[in-house]
Ligand binder design. Structure first.
Ligand code: NAP
Length: 621
């Protein structure tokens, strides 16, 4: 057994052995099942000629306005800190605190960290160190292990490094457990484990102007210096709880979906779940298979589209195993799909290269004005949502339950979800939809949830209440030039980045898939690839120029932030509801996700050819 920290005799670099063992073999599960009932795997036909007219618009508006201000979340602090415990691994591997230097320090060992390592290593950057809060790799797929978890971007385009590892996913939409195993496969194959400090949370990241280094301090007492810091710590990282009066009184078992407690046997129990976002939609059908009574507390219904899960075919396996680069080619085709709906359908003919386009293009006899184009988009979103609503009526037998399950907002405004077993679950006699619209659950007592004077006694209460979105600036206490923190900068000036990757005053700090980081693809893995490629280019450029430090100039950063704001405003009608995407209706335009599509590539390419946005300084030696 290797020591937790050792020196590589060849390179003199410190190598690590800090991966924690899995806590229990009970932590296991599967994702979407293959459903063959055609009634469940087809959307009803779109209503002919339906348009998003004034009456329908008013209905959507009313649906939104009654919910305004209802979202009230809190961090897991004080009594609720225990919800953050790592239930998936054995306790941390003991090790000495580090007080040394590395060239590149990456925060996070999810898809971002794993892909960065493979690419950095390939490009000859080996003095790279990773800090990861969890006990193993996987990020999102480490923390989220609830029953039913699976990806909603087709796995052949979503899982990174399939060509390089030779792995072919078993299903079109792989389960989270399979994805986690793939993360471990990537880590093993490329020697990642040697470079990662697990169970290590970065607590402070401070730029030292004199030495041109970041000083990175962790909860394990480390004080490491790094020339570059890359934040690859995800977009939905920190779980949050709904703030509900009396929640601390509940005497039963309780946990958040991102720390699923497999030590609690749910069979035959009275279980409540608060929230009906993408997580709950996947977990509920699996819960219903084991619990005695299931109470689903729903404030806002999700749009539940067809999933049409299938196994990878023998033919696909044969073709792909003989075709080097099949996954990269497929991911490239996927990235050209500009519409959310088409991306989620993931047409196999197009993605496998058999057909040249993913849809039939409409030809208009003249160029549409932006207003006309927007109306067309809103009309097609409306028709699709009519299909989604018709599907509820076609499947759910109780009319009151069906009515409550119908969403009224533009498609994709809240994260679209997919399932062929979710809606039928509400026909089961032991599954109860408790409609807590429009304000949500507001009271919990010793025994369970209370809503409108009715008590729902529970043995187990599960919070499916989501995560802080795009919380990059709040992580790791990042203090740049002039001593200002990233949070202070973005709070006073608004979110300001260049490409989402740099932010002025924080030299040699790079952000992967943070606010404004877009890239214009529905597949986040594609964005991670684009960011990793960019960072390799930046590191190589700096090496070639003999530069030690890179920062960005004010004008390009301002111009890019303005572009993000304008793009957000221009596309806002497509996302006119209350959602975590828009900070529950409170976010400043352009401050969170990126809605500028391929313009991100244009900004990037111009910058890479002119180098005009950058300020390079110093000699690295
Ligand atoms: P989420 O989408 O933020 O959902 C939180 C849920 O809690 C919402 O339904 C919200 O209702 C509800 N809620 C909050 N306070 C409440 C209250 N007091 N009473 C009743 N309900 C309350 O969180 P999530 O489902 O964990 O999903 C987060 C994101 O993770 C997804 O959007 C997706 O991007 C990602 N994810 C991906 C996958 C996948 O790829 N397959 C799977 C799971 C999650 P309101 O809507 O009314 O606010």
């Amino acid at each position: 057994m290797n020591a937790a920290v050792r020196i590589d005799p060849e390179t003199g670099l410190r190598l690590f052995n800090t991966r924690a063992a899995k806590a229990s073999e009970k932590i296991a599960g599967k994702g979407y099942s293959v459903v063959t009932d055609q009634k469940l795997t087809e959307l009803p036909k779109p209503p002919a000629g339906a348009t998003f007219n004034a009456e329908e618009q008013a209905k959507y508006r009313a649906f939104k306005e009654v919910r305004r201000g209802a979202a009230d979340y809190m961090a897991m602090e004080g009594d609720f800190r225990k919800y953050l415990d790592d239930v998936y691994s054995e306790p941390p591997i003991p090790r000495e605190a580090l007080d040394d230097e590395c060239e590149i320090l990456v925060v996070g060992a999810g898809f971002g960290g794993l892909l960065l390592w493979q690419k950095l290593n390939e490009a000859g950057f080996t003095d790279v160190r990773f800090c990861e809060k969890g006990g193993d790799v996987g990020g999102t797929w480490y923390w989220n292990r609830y029953p039913g978890i699976a990806c909603d971007v087709e796995s052949y385009s979503y899982l990174p490094l399939l060509d390089e590892t030779g792995y072919i996913p078993s299903m079109k939409f792989a389960s989270g457990f399979e994805i986690l195993e793939h993360c471990q496969r990537m880590a093993q194959k490329f020697g990642f484990y040697d470079h990662c400090l697990f169970h290590t949370t970065v607590e402070a990241t401070t730029w030292d102007e004199a030495s041109g280094r970041w000083i990175v301090e962790t909860d394990r007492g480390d004080k490491m210096r790094a020339r570059f810091v890359i934040l690859a710590n995800g977009i939905l990282t920190t779980p949050k709880l709904a703030r509900i009066a009396g929640m601390e009184k509940f005497k039963g078992e309780s946990f958040h979906t991102s720390r699923w407690n497999y030590d609690i046997d749910l069979s035959g129990k009275r279980v409540g779940i608060i929230g009906t976002g993408a997580t709950a939609v996947q977990a509920i059908p699996e819960l219903a298979k084991v619990v005695g009574e299931l109470y689903v507390f729903q404030r806002t219904p999700s749009s539940i589209e067809v999933r049409a899960q299938r196994e990878t075919t023998t033919e696909e396996r044969e073709i792909w195993s003989k075709e080097p680069g099949w996954a990269a080619a497929r991911r490239g085709r996927f990235a050209r799909i500009s519409e959310v709906r088409a991306a989620v359908l993931a047409n196999d003919d197009y993605l496998s290269g058999k057909s040249p386009d993913f849809k039939e293009r409409k030809i208009y006899d003249r160029k549409l004005t932006p207003e006309e184009f927007m109306q067309k988009q809103l009309d097609s979103s409306f028709r699709l949502m009519e299909q989604v609503r018709a599907r509820v009526d076609a499947i759910v037998k109780n009319p009151k339950t069906a009515a409550a399950l119908k969403p009224y907002y533009p498609y994709g405004c809240k994260r679209p979800t997919f399932h062929d077993e979710y809606l039928p679950t509400f026909n089961l006699p032991h599954v109860h939809l408790v409609d807590v619209a429009p304000r949500g659950v507001s009271e919990i007592n010793e025994r369970g949830v209370v809503h409108e004077g009715v008590e729902y006694p529970l043995d187990v209460l599960i919070y499916a209440t989501g995560f802080q979105w795009m919380g990059t600036s709040s992580f790791n206490l990042i203090r740049g030039r002039s001593g200002r923190t990233l949070t202070e900068k973005w709070e006073t000036e608004g979110t300001r980045t260049f490409l989402g990757l740099h932010t002025r005053g924080f030299p040699n700090l790079f952000i992967v898939t943070g606010p404004q980081g877009g890239g214009g693809s529905f597949n986040f893995t594609d964005v991670i690839y684009a960011h990793a490629d960019y960072l390799i280019w930046m590191m190589q450029t700096m090496r070639e120029r003999g530069a030690a430090v890179v920062d960005v100039r004010k004008e390009p950063e301002d111009k890019y932030a303005e572009h993000c704001r304008d793009a957000d405003i221009a596309t806002a009608p497509l996302r006119d509801c209350i959602s975590y995407y828009n900070g529950e209706g409170k976010a400043t335009p352009g401050s969170l996700a990126y809605y500028g599509g391929r313009a991100w590539d244009r900004f990037r390419m111009e910058a890479q050819s002119s180098l005009e946005p950058y300020v390079f300084e110093g000699d690295p030696n």
